[in-house]
Design a protein around this ligand. Structure first.
Ligand code: ZN
Length: 468
């Protein structure tokens, strides 16, 4: 169920295509001097200044359509640098007029492809998007961008799909479909089976919903390879539970499974590339709902790890389902655990919607993720596991409280809570992300959005691609 199937980028094999000139504002005069006078006249008529995203069409011989487009730089590009152009051009095939720019603009292939992403599942009134094909000389760059675009589209589709169609059962079906495509083993524990297998917190949070809670456990790859375990928060809808959210806080809560969507999309990239790792994907999937059997403020749950947790707030449910999944992940001592979660509003208050918060018990892993984020323009910002704030999670009747006291440093106290369930010897990174594009930008329509997916994939490839 990935919306965008048709590729809008392809390997250049000499097909008929219009020329695409990329020009910077500073370079415009010099470039124009080398063109026929008619080109200059056309650009002047359009007051073309070569600002990023600006484009002017130039009719060529024999019906060919060429374009001149403004870009910020000719020496480096980010993923979205050709996305506005892709959205503006008429249907047709295009290739770079200067193939020497292909290396610098390879990252922008992704944005060209994603400029053709549209969430169409519930729309019957949309005219088809213009088919704009970008031909590229480097086959590896095309294939990388296609894989990434499909992974991003999977995140967008899953997050934007409403909870009625993306409940715990649908989330499990998505994982099973991806797993089947790559020969992975997928085990799903559902409802009461969670208690028998000692996942009490996942059962507790999800038991009030009509679609029962699940733990989805995917395994793939050679057991002899280094073990990488991905964990994603799968709260398919978060009403807040008995500590119910106001309408304004609940409006977007279909997206509270974005962590699960990210973990699945990253798992798909790993499997599709046959990265030499032993992959495990753990997704606790629940709906935080309200009924007569809902868990309550003041309840105390004994977690899988044995720590008891007093429920200070039923709306801090993400860390509850994650703590049993992380404890399980830690039991077989993987080389690395990465978890993804739309965990706290506090992380958004601190860093805003575009910048996910990174927490890690390993400086080496954190540095690798930050460097990858910079390399692929998919940023993260590290916040500390500030241990003295652990006191804010204290309880007088249990080992821990799930809600931080006092309201300060909410993203940090949530991460400190999770930290209690992972042993210090296991390199672990926790990413607290928003997963949502609030207003449309080129290549990024309003709706679910992948954040840190490309950074994590870059880091995994750097670390494991040659470690056969
Ligand atoms: Zn919540």
């Amino acid at each position: 169920m990935v919306t965008m199937i048709t590729d809008r980028i392809a390997v250049d094999t000499g097909q008929p295509a219009g020329q695409l000139w990329l020009v910077t504002g500073e370079g415009l005069a010099a470039w124009q001097a080398g063109q026929p006078a008619t080109v200059g006249a056309t650009l002047s008529a359009h007051r073309f200044r070569a600002k990023p995203g600006e484009v002017v069409l130039i009719p060529g011989d024999g019906g060919a359509l060429h374009a001149v487009a403004g870009v910020a730089s000719l020496t480096a590009s980010g993923p979205w640098d050709l996305a506005a152009l892709a959205e503006k051009l008429p249907a047709g095939s295009y290739r770079l007029a200067d193939p020497a720019l292909a290396e610098a603009f390879a990252p922008a292939l992704l944005g060209w492809q994603l400029a053709h992403y549209r969430f169409e599942r519930y729309r019957s009134d949309l005219p088809p998007l213009p088919e704009r094909l970008l031909l590229w000389p480097d086959a590896a760059a095309v294939s990388d961008a296609q894989s990434l675009a499909r992974a991003v589209a999977r995140v967008r589709d899953m997050v934007t799909t409403p909870a009625a169609d993306m409940g715990p059962s649908a989330l499990a079906a998505n994982v099973q479909a991806v797993g089947a495509a790559h020969g992975a083993d997928v085990i799903v524990l559902t409802g009461e089976a969670l208690l028998a297998a000692n996942h009490p917190t996942i059962h507790m949070v999800g038991r009030a919903a009509a679609d029962p809670p699940r733990l989805i456990d995917l395994a793939w790859g050679d057991p002899a390879h280094p073990k990488v375990t991905l964990v994603g928060k799968g709260v398919c809808f978060d009403s807040g539970g008995l500590d119910i959210k106001p309408a304004s806080g609940m409006a977007l809560m279909k997206k509270d499974m974005a962590g699960a969507a990210h973990a699945l999309a990253l798992a798909e990239l790993v499997m599709a590339a046959r990265l030499p790792v032993r992959l495990r994907l753990l997704i606790p999937a629940v709906e935080n709902s309200i009924s007569g059997i809902a868990f309550r403020p003041g309840d105390i749950v004994k977690t899988r790890k044995g720590l008891t947790v007093e429920i200070g707030n039923t709306d801090a449910e993400g860390r509850l389902i994650l703590c049993d999944a992380l404890a399980l992940a830690d039991e077989d001592q993987p080389a690395m655990i990465l978890d993804f979660a739309t965990l706290t509003g506090a992380a958004r208050v601190a860093l805003g919607p575009e910048l996910p918060a990174l927490f890690a018990n390993s400086d080496d892993l954190a540095d690798a993720l930050l460097a990858s984020g910079r390399a692929v323009h998919d940023p993260l910002w590290r916040l500390p596991l500030w241990t003295s704030y652990q006191d804010m999670l204290s309880s007088s009747v249990a080992d821990l409280n799930n809600a931080g006291e006092g309201g300060f440093a909410g993203a940090i106290t949530a991460a400190l809570y999770l930290n209690r369930f992972v042993s210090a010897a296991t390199p672990w990174a926790h990413i607290d992300l928003y997963g949502w594009q609030s207003s449309a930008k080129p290549g990024r329509p309003k709706g679910g959005e992948a954040m840190t997916l490309r950074a994590c994939w870059h880091m995994l490839r750097q670390r494991f691609a040659s470690a056969k």
